[in-house]
Design a protein. Structure first.
Length: 91
């Protein structure tokens, strides 16, 4: 078994628009081994965009099923992210 190598995120899929599927959510990690790109594409998505008057700064929340590809392997996983309402492109 290969050892676990600590890595940090250097490119992240920030939430900028409400796209139900097909969004590129790839990421790049950096470690002592160099940079690693993991391809990701949203397959199914849910958004919490409810306006809460008592909490005007409550963020837009996202949860989605993602198809990840890395080094010839493919799997499905989950992605959660959020952003402030004024940062979303509402289309």
């Amino acid at each position: 078994m290969d050892p676990v190598v600590p890595a940090r995120v250097v490119e992240a899929p920030w939430l900028g628009r409400l796209q139900p599927s097909g969004e590129d959510v790839s990421l790049v990690l950096e470690s002592e081994l160099g940079r690693t790109r993991i391809e990701g594409e949203s397959v199914v998505s849910t958004f919490d965009i409810v306006h809460r008057p008592d909490m005007p700064n409550f963020p837009v929340l996202y949860q989605g099923g993602i198809r990840y590809r890395w080094d010839g392997e493919e799997t499905y996983g989950m992605l959660e992210r959020s952003t402030m309402r004024d940062k979303i492109i509402w289309s």
